[in-house]
Write a protein that binds this ligand. Sequence first.
Ligand SMILES: NC(=O)c1ccc[n+]([C@@H]2O[C@H](COP(=O)([O-])OP(=O)(O)OC[C@H]3O[C@@H](n4cnc5c(N)ncnc54)[C@H](OP(=O)(O)O)[C@@H]3O)[C@@H](O)[C@H]2O)c1
Length: 333
Amino acid sequence: MKAAVVSSFDSAPRYQEFGVPIPAGEDELLVDVLAAGLHPRVRSQADGSHYTSTEELPLVPGVDGVGRGPDGLLRYFILPDTTLGAMAEQTVIDPRRSIVLPEGADPVALAAAMNPAMSSWVALRQRVSFQPGQDVLVLGATGNAGQMAVQVAKRLGAGQIIAAGRDAERLAALPALGATATVPLGTMPPGTGTGTGTGTGTGVSSGAERLGQAAADVDIVLDYLWGPPTTDAMVAIVTNRADRGKPLSWIEIGSVAGPAAEIPSAALRAARLQLVGSGQGSVSTREYLAELDVLAREIAAGTIDVDARAVPLARVEEAWAATDAKHRIVLVP
Ligand SMILES: NC(=O)c1ccc[n+]([C@@H]2O[C@H](COP(=O)([O-])OP(=O)(O)OC[C@H]3O[C@@H](n4cnc5c(N)ncnc54)[C@H](OP(=O)(O)O)[C@@H]3O)[C@@H](O)[C@H]2O)c1
């Protein structure tokens, strides 16, 4: 069969011949892959930088996908940590880590959306006791996962949904998806963007200052950024909070702005702030599986807007080079 194959962590996967994987027993199924998403998680798997990497090569990347097995059923599946990933004509799945999709569900939309949408869905349903009506800040709302976090928060009944992000065009599109306010990140002169800048006396306001105004009283932060923007946002929010005794749950989900953030000790002492993470490890496989079915149905029903681009598996190297792609690339064998 053909597959995307990583032979070195320094270079993109190549489309080449690869042995058909063999199911280990009755608990496994060989499926024809219909679609596999090129998520940031897959890029870090393929360059060996993900925290689950075993550095074993060769490696077929792809952590999830949609396929059809010998039973004829259409399935969304999540793979365990394996070197036999989803970016191949066929892969082996554990049906217990899969769900049967409604016939007619769009494989590309499901493969594009499940990973980014799951990030906020699981965070709100498994990592905190989220209550409808609570206010949510999505920090880093302009990526695929952030845009979906806005929609997931709305779907789960959030009150205010404040979307903070860099890209002005994508930020401007978020109110239509459920954001009740948007906050541009970065430094900008007053009168630009849609934020609530306070100014600094220099005629310039920062994203953190604007967050301190617009998001100081939120109940939950869904954080896709980490790094320095998280430190700045946390200080601004804690400092400007009207009631510092009101619980604030800060959920670390992504780290596009840096793998480490300086957390001032005062932020944890001066406000009722709890910091938790949400991802593979802090959320158990059982907890992920508990959410798969309902989320897949939401996506299949079109409740969540999906910006996907299907690319033939044979063009995997070209897909890998498209690091600035705003839509989620899905490889289609
Ligand atoms: N824990 C989980 O369960 C889970 C699941 C899925 C994803 N994630 C993580 O979530 C993060 C986002 O994933 P994704 O699928 O949304 O990726 P994506 O579609 O590639 O989006 C990433 C976005 O990050 C923004 N960005 C990058 N650097 C930034 C900075 N310094 N300040 C502000 N924005 C910045 C960019 O927005 P602009 O266009 O505005 O520059 C870009 O659109 C990744 O770290 C991913 O690993 C975690």
